[in-house]
Write a protein that binds this ligand. Structure first.
Ligand code: NDP
Length: 487
């Protein structure tokens, strides 16, 4: 027998085709609560899309530990080789809205939520090891340049290059964005990076600084600008089709999880600021250490419930994994959870996809959609401390103190920073074909932007390497020649 259709309150619905009217020509009866409920729900089908990373794709999977890193971290997730922890992924573009085409050139969000027995650990990174800025004060301005102009409602190359021409720290990330890795073919063909420096804390309470890496086993693959335009012409959902389709076909994508570590003493002595989000830790000095493998093997049953409202936040850490003085990380610790409270609601962590798979006890009370009631652990314990058997703080989880001090001020984040060596190292490792594509992608992105702005940013490219600056100039001249020839 077919399942009985009902209202949200469970009342059987006799007719879901015809509204209730006074005669066949109308008008409508206000008492038609079934119609009213249907329309009211349609009005509420959307939650606000993310201001950044609005378009996403994801799947469920597992992290399996293959190597012992317990000397660095006491986190339960790393406790033994062979241990498997369930997780869910979400990949995304940064700038485009919910309906944006998947295959656009952009940085990709790369987020994993691990459901550990000591709470959720969210690794909310990107497919790049660095970012456009090192001070979170710059973030809203930077993002405005990636979004729509307030008058034209179009994206503006002028805004992007005007900003970048005054922000040399961005050019490391811009180099990656304009390189082959700026347009990966699918979510499976890219690495993930925690990007920030985090802490690992072991059972003895010793802290190491750490960078997280997830290296694709599918290999890196990319589209050129022309190929991506053709792909978008065929489908705007290229990533969804590729990821969802691969998993439906039983071809489960994998990433090798690795870490780089640095002692606190090494960090003091490092020639660069190890907490600067625009810098990598050179592999030669801080070699990769194997940890495990991530496999994605189950598609969501419902995109909205499992991907759109899956709420990642760098504030979700577990004992054995902690933060660092990276200012951008510290700002994200606030702003991600804040965004979810706004987008989804105060109790977004109670949604099934966000719920930890371990007991949760706290004294936050009531509020809209608080469907779990009281989580203090005892009926009479609704304040803390209490002698009513409520949950208690656990001093044994305190992290080792961090000896950082200094005068409180607004320090110029550009003072004394070398913004050119690392993009130079990246430029130097590109083959001549890769360089040619980098120059042309950059020149194409500069199309229509005033020469004053372009000349200002080219002075920074020259400081990375004259070959780089001149390569962009030559690509611009080639584009101008092609456009003249076409007229
Ligand atoms: P290495 O030569 O040891 O490492 C270079 C790394 O660059 C590779 O391991 C790879 O990172 C990455 N890489 C290789 N080809 C490309 C490409 N076409 N586009 C983007 N990245 C690529 O040198 P260093 O560690 O000293 O780093 C040199 C430069 O490489 C850095 O300035 C940075 O720009 C870039 N890089 C460094 C990373 C790091 O963590 N040290 C990570 C990624 C890039 P992967 O193994 O992660 O694929």
């Amino acid at each position: 027998m077919a399942k009985k259709m009902t209202t949200t309150a469970g009342n059987p619905i006799a007719d879901n085709q015809n509204s209730k009217t006074a005669g066949p020509r109308g008008g409508l009866m206000l008492e038609d609560y079934q119609l009213l409920e249907k329309l009211a729900h349609q009005n509420r089908e959307r939650v606000p899309e993310r201001v950044v990373h609005a378009k996403g794709w994801g799947a469920h999977g597992t992290l399996t530990i293959t190597h012992d890193i317990t000397k660095y971290s006491k986190a339960a997730i790393f406790s033994e080789v062979g241990k498997a922890t369930p997780m869910i992924s979400r990949f995304s573009t940064v700038a485009g809205e919910m309906g944006a085409a998947d295959n656009e050139r952009d940085v990709r969000g790369f987020a994993f939520k691990f459901y550990t027995e000591e709470g959720n650990w969210d690794m909310v990174g990107n497919n790049t090891p660095v970012f456009f800025l090192r001070d979170p004060y710059k973030f809203p301005d930077f993002i405005h340049t990636q979004k729509r102009h307030p008058k034209t409602n179009m994206r503006s190359g002028t805004a992007m290059w005007d900003y970048w021409s005054q922000s040399p720290e961005a050019l490391h990330q811009v180099t990656i964005l304009m390189s082959d890795r700026g347009c990966p073919k699918t979510p499976m063909h890219m690495n993930g990076y925690g990007s920030h420096t985090f802490s690992l804390i072991n059972a003895e309470g010793v802290r190491h600084w750490v960078k997280f890496h997830f290296k694709t086993r599918q290999g890196h693959d990319f589209y050129t600008n022309a190929e991506s335009a053709a792909k978008i012409g065929q489908t705007r959902e290229g990533y969804q089709e590729a990821l969802f389709g691969a998993i439906e076909d039983g071809m489960f994508p994998k990433w090798d999880m690795k870490i780089q570590v640095m002692t606190e003493e090494e960090a003091e002595a490092a020639p660069f600021n190890p907490f600067d989000l625009t810098k990598v830790w050179p592999h030669a000095d801080y070699p990769m250490i194997d940890v495990g493998v991530v496999e994605l093997n189950r598609n969501p049953e419902n995109y909205f419930a499992e991907i759109e409202t899956c709420a990642y936040s760098p504030s979700n850490v577990v004992p054995g994994i902690g933060f660092s003085p990276d200012k951008v990380l510290q700002a994200r610790i606030f702003s991600y959870a804040d965004a979810h409270r706004y987008r989804i609601g105060t109790h977004y962590e109670q949604l099934p996809v966000n719920q930890p798979k371990c007991p949760v006890h706290h004294y936050h009370k009531d509020g809209a959609m608080n469907f779990m009631g009281q989580l203090t652990g005892a009926t009479d314990a609704y304040y803390e401390p209490n002698t009513m058997g409520g949950a208690e703080e656990q001093p044994s989880y305190a992290e080792p103190a961090l000896a950082i001090s200094g005068d409180m001020d607004r320090f110029n984040h550009r003072d004394g920073n070398d913004d050119y060596s690392q993009p130079r190292a990246l430029h130097d490792l590109f083959s001549s074909d890769q360089r040619a594509r980098l120059y042309m992608n950059t020149a194409e992105a500069m199309h229509g932007v005033d020469d004053v702005i372009i000349n200002r940013v080219l002075t920074h490219y020259d400081l990375i390497s004259e070959e780089y600056g001149n390569g962009i100039r030559a690509a611009r001249a080639e584009l101008a020649g092609a456009s003249q020839a076409a007229q």
